[in-house]
Design a protein around this ligand. Structure first.
Ligand code: NAP
Length: 263
């Protein structure tokens, strides 16, 4: 596919899942704005993608934990009407129990995984609404629905991404805007070593390559899915989970507490 699709801004694009999205989206005809801290890696990726696809690739070096840097990316999202897609991918993980975790590190994880993602989404949304089109792809995790697996703050940040995406899908879906949330399982990237964990200790059967993960996520996007869980064999399991959640809705707020509490 080589028709022009506008520009995709991808956070955390210097390596891993973000760099793979960059490659795939350029091949589909998107120009790119690549955001991360490591300028060398971003420049090398930009050169390779431009050579291979002839798409225009801009590098925006930013530490999304730094308020001034984050503001620059927000300003870009507000000002550049050629941006048709935001991929909120930048994120860090942790695997330690709370009692062994550094709370400043937990806060920094919340600021990247939640605050930056929220501010960038808030920056791009008014333009998308005004133009009646655009796509927001949020990278959550299976930890959103299985927070017992890793560090609970990490799971909490990813549950935020899922809940926020559900709300955005509800708010924006009728206005021509695609909202897609991806829940990867263990994927072979530097995320694990950056979190002080080793991928090698995980059973091979549960670790996906980054190429397969991103290709499946993009296939899910193309199929019109709101949520894509690349590893989940039977989509009916996710649909049952979602149906159970929606079935609660009419009974979650009543004037009186439930009879089992003595009322
Ligand atoms: P990764 O290989 O470690 O890549 C993380 C990316 O985020 C890098 O490009 C990094 O670039 C960027 N980043 C980190 N801190 C940043 C900051 N302060 N400001 C700007 N950019 C920053 O990890 P990944 O596996 O691709 O993770 C991408 C997303 O997938 C994350 O949101 C993660 O939670 C999610 N995910 C991953 C897995 C998995 O098993 N790998 C599973 C489920 C969900 P710089 O260092 O150059 O800034």
């Amino acid at each position: 596919m080589s028709n022009h699709r506008g520009t995709a801004l991808i956070t955390g694009a210097s390596t891993g899942i973000g760099a793979t999205y960059a490659d795939r989206l350029a091949r589909r005809g998107y120009d790119l704005i690549l955001v991360a801290r490591n300028r060398e890696r971003l420049d090398a990726l930009a050169r390779r993608i431009t050579n291979e696809t002839q798409r225009s690739v801009e590098v925006l070096t930013a530490d999304l934990n730094n308020r001034a840097d984050l503001q620059r990316v927000e300003d870009k999202l507000r000002a550049d009407a050629s941006i048709t897609m935001l991929v909120n991918n930048a994120g860090v993980a942790s695997v330690t129990p709370l009692a062994n975790s550094d709370v400043a590190q937990m806060q920094s994880m919340i600021e990247l995984n939640v605050t930056a993602l929220t501010r960038l989404t808030a920056a791009v949304t008014p333009g998308f609404v005004a133009r009646g089109s655009g796509a927001i792809i949020n990278i959550s995790s299976i930890a959103a629905v299985a927070p017992e697996l890793l560090n609970g703050v990490y799971g909490g940040t990813k549950a935020f991404v899922l809940a926020f995406s559900q709300s955005l899908h509800h708010e924006l879906g009728g206005q021509g805007i695609r909202v897609h949330v991806v829940l990867p399982g263990a994927t072979a990237t530097d995320l694990w070593s950056n979190a002080g964990a080793s991928l090698e200790v995980l059973p091979k059967e549960i670790v996906m390559t980054v190429d397969d993960m991103v290709d499946a996520a993009i296939a899910g996007f193309d199929a019109g899915e709101f949520a894509t869980v690349p590893a989940l064999p039977d989509i009916a399991d996710w649909e049952a989970f979602e149906s159970a959640r929606l079935a609660l809705k009419p009974n979650l707020s009543h004037a009186k507490p439930a009879a089992r509490y003595g009322f």
